[in-house]
Design a protein around this ligand. Structure first.
Ligand code: RP5
Length: 190
């Protein structure tokens, strides 16, 4: 079966405010042509829906769930406790920021609260955790797991890696040619 035929990844988040960060996971999956279903499921505002979502994910045959949450961030751990599907948690720094402002409000502990809540799952119910706000890495990690099953994805991942390599070489060449001061002011000038 081709990996692009079926929805393989479920993306969930605790609040619409998390979408400002979580869209990066979707963007990576889209880039690789991996289908995903995106929903809002709150562990503390919709606890029964959380149970239903776990059943839904198993019925749909999702192979990975990417779950983002901020604050005390129960969602990834609670979903993991309801299903055998591997969960990748994204700790989110945003808090109570549903308005349209582009400035993110930080949680009281700047995302460390969510990071620890997700990564410190007790033995027996693991959740893989990426860095604070690193939703793109969750997307990439999901693709790495799927690549074990789908050889085409492995080929795409290798291409992605060599593109990264080339881009560093290109920048380094530019830096060497221009000198550090000129390079920095060109690249980061306001
Ligand atoms: C968590 O509370 C959500 O994951 C979100 O990061 C945080 C704040 O939610 P809102 O108040 O912005 O809805 O459940």
């Amino acid at each position: 079966m081709s990996y692009s035929k079926k929805t393989l990844v479920g993306i969930i988040m605790g609040s619409s405010s998390d979408s400002k960060i979580m869209h990066a996971a979707a963007t990576i999956l889209d880039e690789f042509g991996v289908k995903h279903e995106d929903q809002i499921v709150s562990a503390h505002r919709t606890p029964t829906r959380l149970t239903e979502y776990a059943k839904h994910a198993e019925q749909e045959g999702f192979k990975i769930i990417i779950a983002g949450a901020g604050g005390s961030a129960h969602l990834p751990g609670m979903i993991a406790s309801h299903t055998v599907i591997p969960v990748i948690g994204v700790p989110i720094m945003v808090y109570n920021d549903k308005n349209k402002s582009s400035n993110f409000k930080a949680s009281a502990f700047g995302g460390l609260d969510s990071l620890l809540s997700i990564s410190e799952m007790p033995t027996g119910s693991p959740v893989a955790t990426v860095g604070v706000n690193k939703a793109a890495n969750a997307g990439l990690y999901a693709i790495k797991i799927l690549a074990n099953e789908f050889p085409d994805l492995k080929v795409k991942l290798k291409k992605y890696k060599s593109k990264q390599h080339e881009s560093v070489l290109r920048e380094s060449h530019e830096m060497k040619k221009m000198g550090l001061s000129k390079f920095t002011s060109k690249k980061f000038k306001k």
